[in-house]
Design a protein around this ligand. Structure first.
Ligand code: MFK
Length: 578
């Protein structure tokens, strides 16, 4: 009888074990800033796999509960969360996971510093990163659009490091009509003596225990008239409880039973006269709330990339412990190929995330050029949609790399996949964001600065050891531009049907440009060849997987998607004769 027991994966320090993360920070930050923050990142990297992971697992084991009534039958609608969840909020405040971006201790680099702190905190935090995302988005929204009251009374609570003072915020945008088509929102806002009273139902409200939320509603005039569609929506700030501790005219119906994010309380609720404050002008709600949403989309990417990196760290450690067929996995060529491919994929996501965070830091303090602002506008949806998809596929592969153990709950592995699956869904699905990319190009002309920016980046490598990779990336930039022109000339049906493949092409090409410049830096500063190897492998794939959605392609698509009949004779006639 065998007495064999397999060792599980072990992690020591999430920062020290991620050498590509360290090397990207060295590339992006001035040396002085890098050295100032590094010791503390080491400390947080250790806390992340220790105390943070401990409370994350505790929160995961004890999901929130809705307590609708008190013992005497009064409706209280209280949501009880686990000790672990509360401890994670305390640690997040203490660590300044939101605050670091607003203290601006490192000027334009503060946002990048903050994203790296989030990156280390997030993967074992039972998705406590979700309320932090919305809190950070709300802080930015108030900073840009808030009045004096919000700036002086509320903003300090969102960016404090004092856990007793710290407030998280909700972002209640989704109604029964859907999360994407925000223009279908039916919550009404009626003017009162001291603000507005809101009436409506919100279908998904994440982190419903937060003391405040930002939401959208349609202002009714005295005759009861409203403006339909998204142009009739206004942005409101509300506090979930009144001064006496009772809910602010909010009824919580139930908590959602979700595939993952089990520790995160997500509720359906009704606003039944909820007192709220208008932010900005009536009808400007969507335009204002996207300030918040652009922050949460970058958080989403930070969660996707950090989860991929953490999962891979575990898989790599396991590969050195696990024997099969007489050898450890780390000596088996097929296994190594898979791990190397996943490493390249996740480093691509890492590059795009850190670069977007550094652009965001410049924009937030008014130091971004017009070109950089345009690049940031197009890259935020691209980053979110691309890394969300990568997260699911990379983590799925990582689970497979553990064999059956990857499918067993108490190894702590399956939760990674369940939690990853939300990343392409919330904060804008892949298709909705692909359409946002097209809109940003049509309305704000974002492809022009994107092309200029990456062409300039590529030109730095056009002579020397990376010349052929530079040529490859330049070709991809040209194909993206040409395809954009074709989308304009062929019209909306062609453009929409090609939108996802176009957004993927922008993502892969942008990442290729970044990897190229990082490899150029690496050749000058390091002896390690990993950056060049990652670049080469990234560029071996199709950088522009564009789908030419011609009329016949669309006919095929409609038949295949909806299982409708397609005349074989028509199809065969359209194939060129040999
Ligand atoms: C770990 C991470 C955790 C994250 C937290 C998750 C918890 C929260 C869960 C949720 O709340 S999920 C719900 C999230 N919902 C969405 O993300 C909405 C998805 N839908 C969209 O993004 C649609 O594109 C959108 C609602 C914005 C479309 O609405 P419209 O009214 O058709 O918008 P339109 O006309 O495209 O844009 C209105 C204005 O905003 C325009 O400006 P102008 O009025 O000056 O023309 C746009 O240019 C501007 N705009 C839109 N999107 C923008 C933007 N500006 C900057 N950035 C953007 N992304």
């Amino acid at each position: 009888m065998s007495e064999f027991f397999q060792d599980g994966p072990r992690l020591e320090n999430a920062y020290a074990q991620d050498s590509p993360l360290r090397r990207w920070l060295e590339y992006l930050l001035p040396a002085e800033t890098f050295h100032e923050i590094e010791t503390d990142l080491h400390r947080l990297g250790s806390r992340s796999v220790g105390e943070i992971a401990h409370w994350g697992a505790e929160a995961e084991r004890n999901p929130p509960k809705l307590v609708p009534f008190d013992p005497w039958g009064r409706r209280i609608d209280r949501i009880d969360t686990a000790r672990g969840w509360q401890e994670l909020e305390r640690i997040a405040a203490e660590e300044g996971i939101v605050a670091t971006a607003y203290e601006r201790a490192h000027g334009p680099h503060s946002r990048l510093h903050q994203m790296v702190r989030l990156f280390l905190f997030s993967p074992a935090s039972a998705v406590a990163s979700c309320p932090l995302a919305m809190t950070d988005g709300a802080a930015r929204l108030i900073e840009v659009h808030g009045d004096n009251d919000l700036r002086h009374r509320v903003y300090p609570k969102l960016i404090t490091r004092d856990p007793k003072m710290f407030w998280t915020s909700g972002q209640w945008m989704t109604e029964r009509t859907g999360g994407s088509d925000v223009g279908g929102t039916s919550t009404m806002a009626r003017s009162t003596a001291d603000g507005y009273a809101l009436f409506g139902t919100k279908w998904f409200t994440s982190a419903t225990t937060s003391p405040m939320a930002m939401t959208l509603a349609r202002i009714e005039d005295e005759s009861g008239a409203i403006v339909a569609g998204s142009r009739g929506l206004s942005l409101f700030y509300l506090e979930t409880r009144q001064a006496n501790g009772e809910l602010n005219n909010i009824q919580i119906h139930r908590l959602k039973d979700k595939l993952g994010t089990k520790a995160l309380p997500t509720a359906e609720l009704s606003l039944v006269g909820t007192r709220a404050k208008l932010i900005g002008l009536p009808g400007e709600g969507v335009k204002r709330i996207v300030t918040l949403v652009n922050v949460t989309r970058v958080y989403n990417a930070a969660c996707a990339v950090s989860s991929m990196r953490r999962a891979l760290m575990m898989s790599r450690d396991y590969a050195r412990r696990r024997s099969a067929f007489g050898k450890v996995l780390s000596q088996q060529p097929a296994h190594l190929e898979t791990l190397a491919q996943l490493e390249v994929e996740s480093q691509g996501g890492l590059a795009l995330l850190l670069y977007v965070a550094s652009l965001m830091g410049k924009e937030e303090i008014g130091q971004a050029s017009d070109v950089e602002s345009g690049v940031l506008r197009i890259l935020v949806p691209v980053l979110k949609l691309y890394t969300g998809k990568q997260g699911v596929s990379v983590i799925s592969e990582v689970l497979e790399s553990f064999g059956g153990a990857g499918y067993v709950e108490d190894t702590g592995l399956p939760v990674m996949l369940r939690d990853a699956q939300v990343l392409p869904i919330w904060e804008g699905t892949t298709n909705v964001l692909s359409l946002d990319v097209l809109r940003s190009m049509a309305r704000e002309g974002t492809l022009v600065p994107w092309g200029e920016h990456f062409e300039e980046m590529v030109s730095r490598s056009s002579a020397g050891p990376l010349a052929s990779e530079a040529e490859n990336v330049r070709g991809a930039i040209d194909r993206v531009r040409q395809f954009a022109r074709r989308m304009m000339s062929e019209g909306d049906l062609f453009a929409q049907a090609s939108a996802r493949s176009f957004a993927y092409s922008v993502a892969r090409t942008s990442i290729a440009g970044l990897l190229l410049d990082h490899a150029r830096w690496s050749i000058r500063h390091e002896k390690d060849g990993a950056a060049v190897a990652v670049l080469r492998r990234w560029c071996r794939q199709d950088l522009t997987p564009l789908v030419h959605s011609t009329k016949s392609h669309r006919v095929e698509t409609a038949a295949l998607a909806l299982d409708e009949s397609l005349m074989l004779s028509d199809l065969l006639e359209s194939i060129p004769q040999e």
